[in-house]
Each structure stands twice: as C-alpha cells, then as structure tokens.
Design a protein around this ligand. Structure first.
Ligand code: IMP
Length: 430
C-alpha cells in the first residue's frame, strides 16, 4: 500500500474535494501541506454538503487523523470559525482527529489588511486574490519574521516576536499612510485565541514518520492548482505557495519517497478565478454555457469563474512538473449536449508552433491556441459508474485527452455525488 498525493493540474477548482473525500475513506491520515483558507473544497456526503477551506477533508469521515502541515499558513481566527461551523454539522474536531504543525506560520489581521490594500491600490497590479492574507503571510515566513503556531504556547516570548514583525509592517504602513499597529494589539489578537490552538499543536514530522512506519496510508491533500504555483504558474498571477506534488514532502516533513502515487485532478474543460493569462478562455456563449452548467462560482469568495476549453498543453506540462501518475478527470457531464468540443493541442507564438506554455507573462498573453475539434455527444454522462454507461463519443474524448497529456485516467468523476465515480485503478494499491 502506498500513499497518494492529490494535486490540481489546472488553475484550481478541478473538483479536488470530492476526490479527496472519496480517497480519504481508504486513507488513515489526511494531510494539508500548502496554502491556507484560500482553498475551497466542497464535499457531499450522504446528501449533506460540507464546505472546507483550511481544514483537511479527512475530518468529515470518522476514524481518520487530519493534519495541517508546516507548509500551510494558518489563520487561527479562521480555524476557530471553521471548526465551529463544522461542529454545528456534527463533525468532531478535537486533538484525536486533528493535529496542527507547531512550525506552521500564522496569518494575522495585518496580513489580511495588507492583501486588501494591495488589491485595491491599482488595477494594474491586482492579482485577484481571495483576500485571505495568504501572500503577505508567506512573505513574512520567507522573510524570517513570521509568528508560528508554537509561539502561541510561549506567551512570554510573544512580545519580542511581535516587535520584530511590526518593525517591518509598521515601516510599510507608514509608507502607505496607514496607522501603525501597537504590539499590545497583536498580543491581544494572539492570546485571545491561543487556548483554542495549542491543544492541537504537534511535532507533525514525527507523528507522520511514526504513522508511516506503522503502515498507515497517508493522503496528501493539495489545494489550488499547478498553474497557480509560485514557480510553475502564471506568475505573478499565482498564489504564494508551491502547489505541486513535490511540496507534499517539504510541507509535511516527510521525505519525497513517502509521497507515493501522484493523482492529478483535471477538469474536462478549464476554469480560473482571479486575473491572469488564460489562453483557451471563452468569453462568449460557450463560456457562459460551461459556467452555468458547471456551476462555476468560487467556494470561498463566490466569484464567477472564467471558463474555456480543455488545454492539453497546460495539463501535459502539469503532468511533467508534478510527475502525475494518473488523472482524476472531473465534470465530463458538463460537456453533455454540446455539438462541438474543442481542445487546445499547441500554441502559435510569433509565427511559430510551440508545444509548451512559456514562462514569460507577455508570451503567455500572446500565445494563440491551436484547437482540435471533436464531435460532442447528446446523451448524458452524469452519474455513470461504468465505462459502458458512457456514450462512445465521450469515451473517445477521454481516450484522446489521455494521449494528448501523456497520462492515464485513473478515476472518472461523473457527478458531485461520491459514488458517481468510475475507478480504473485504485491509487492506494499502486
Ligand atoms: P491568494 O491565494 O488568495 O493569494 O490568491 C492568488 C490567486 O490564486 C488568485 O488568482 C486566486 O483566485 C487564486 N486562488 C487561490 N486559492 C484558490 C483556490 O482554492 N481555487 C482557485 N483559485 C484559487
């Protein structure tokens, strides 16, 4: 039995929540290893819908241990609110079901404010963030001045840590014409919530190492997607963490050999929220059709997602940078009833044909997609649980995608319901 890492192979919102939930039934431990409460995973279990942002999806199943790894930026107030909301739905969240890495960096109110200030400052520099303070919190982590989960257990040293952090932030705030923050205000913000966090705190690297040695199956739950990765994405229109599979090791404290099967969650078309390049975007009736049929609105911010055709160049690149072993293809049913379906198979750039997505923003904006056209299918694929339930044209579409992106389909999801899934191969058995 190996472990599995689930990552998004596009711009996030590929439908990871359902797949993670489906896999978490087979896992013993579920770990978040990057991002924070910018993620939005919707799980539908027995007809009840659970919305998770910061917490690992394993929590909605009993008997699983959920872990927030060191690679996550952790907002203590968002944690308290999400915990309360889920407990209201009958989910048990206590130190027997959840552990939080002592070395994870915190998101504070100053980070949320800075995120909002930057986003409102100038339309030209707007990223279209989720406004959760993710970027500023990671900046402080890399700048070696972050306050971390473990600091909450040491109130005596908090003032010193806060002063160090504020030396940076107050200089910024003065420059922005904003009021400076007093040490006492941040101290109050942190001490008011410390008792709710400290009982969950753990040496997660050791806990995971022990579980691994005992033969536990670990599911690493990625958030966002490869094209939002700080290195591999559409920089600067990205999130501030590495979202690729390699981060599962660094962001949880296990070695790369423990990561196991890499499952790339892939939507049968493409969407993105926020600003930035999107070569196959359909700002027309096709985009409206996909958005309405696919209910493409953000779980976290409620924003309307931009929609377009499947881009095989982007996903093939994601297969390479993540080492994707298999795809979980989602939302095929959204394409039901279309006369024609298009897929991007290459780009034109300055008169040349290229088979990759360039790293430069200006080139990403310039590329012109080369489309291949498919005949659609009129039957429904929704709720299919066997290949034989699918129309022949739909199977042809899936097979062609496999060829184009150079990875096999391991799972096919045909509705938000967890059992509406065609399993080709169990990633945990690999
Ligand atoms: P941030 O992560 O809030 O800094 O936002 C940076 C970019 O990542 C924006 O384009 C967001 O819309 C996008 N983003 C962040 N989290 C998600 C997600 O879970 N799904 C899809 N897009 C996301």
């Amino acid at each position: 039995m190996g472990n599995v890492v689930v990552i998004g192979s596009q711009w996030g919102d590929e439908g990871k929540g359902k797949i993670v939930d489906w896999l978490s039934e087979r896992a013993d431990v579920v770990v978040r290893f990057q991002g924070g409460h910018n993620a939005g995973h919707t799980l539908v279990v027995d007809g009840v819908s659970y919305k998770l942002s910061l917490l690992p999806s394993g929590l909605v199943r009993s008997g699983k241990l959920s872990v927030i790894g060191n690679g996550v930026v952790f907002d203590p107030h968002a944690f308290v609110a999400e915990r309360k909301r889920l407990e209201g739905q009958g989910v048990t969240i206590d130190p027997t079901t959840l552990r939080i890495a002592d070395n994870a960096a915190l998101i504070l109110s100053i980070h949320r404010e800075l995120d909002a200030t930057r986003e409102s400052a100038n339309a030209g520099t707007k990223i279209g963030t989720t406004g959760r303070g993710i970027g500023p919190a990671y900046e402080d982590k890399v700048g070696r001045r972050a306050i971390r989960v473990m600091d909450l257990a040491h109130p005596e040293s908090l003032p010193e840590r806060i002063e160090r952090l504020l030396a940076h932030h107050n200089a910024l705030r003065r420059g922005l014409g904003q009021e400076e923050i007093e040490t006492s205000a941040l101290l109050e913000e942190l001490t008011s919530v410390a008792d709710e966090i400290v009982p969950f705190m753990d040496r997660v690297w050791r806990l995971l190492d022990e579980r691994r040695k005992a033969g536990a199956r670990i599911l690493f739950e990625g958030a966002q997607g490869t094209l939002l990765d700080i290195d591999h994405g559409t920089y600067p229109f990205v999130t501030s963490s590495n979202t690729v599979s390699g981060q599962a090791a660094a962001g949880s404290g296990l070695g790369p050999g423990s990561v196991g099967f890499v499952l790339g969650i892939t939507k049968a078309y493409t969407t993105r929220v926020g600003e930035g390049p999107f070569p196959s975007e359909q700002d027309n009736e096709v985009g409206t059709f996909l958005g309405e049929r696919g209910r493409e609105f953000g779980t976290v911010t409620g924003r309307k997602r931009r929609c377009g055709w499947f881009d095989a160049v982007l996903v093939r690149q994601a297969v390479a940078v993540n080492g994707i072993d298999g795809l979980a293809l989602t939302k095929l049913d959204v394409l039901d009833g279309l006369e024609e379906i298009k897929v991007v198979v290459g780009y034109k750039l300055n008169g040349k044909t290229i088979d990759y997505f360039p790293a430069s923003l200006s080139e990403q904006r310039q590329v012109e997609p080369i489309y291949e056209s498919f005949e659609g299918w009129q039957e429904t694929t929704a709720g299919a649980r066997r290949w034989s339930d699918l129309p022949a044209q739909a199977v042809k579409y899936v097979r062609h995608i496999e060829e184009l992106v150079e990875a096999p389909v391991t799972l096919l999801s045909t509705s938000p319901e967890r059992d509406d899934t065609i399993l080709v191969r169990d990633p945990f058995q690999d």
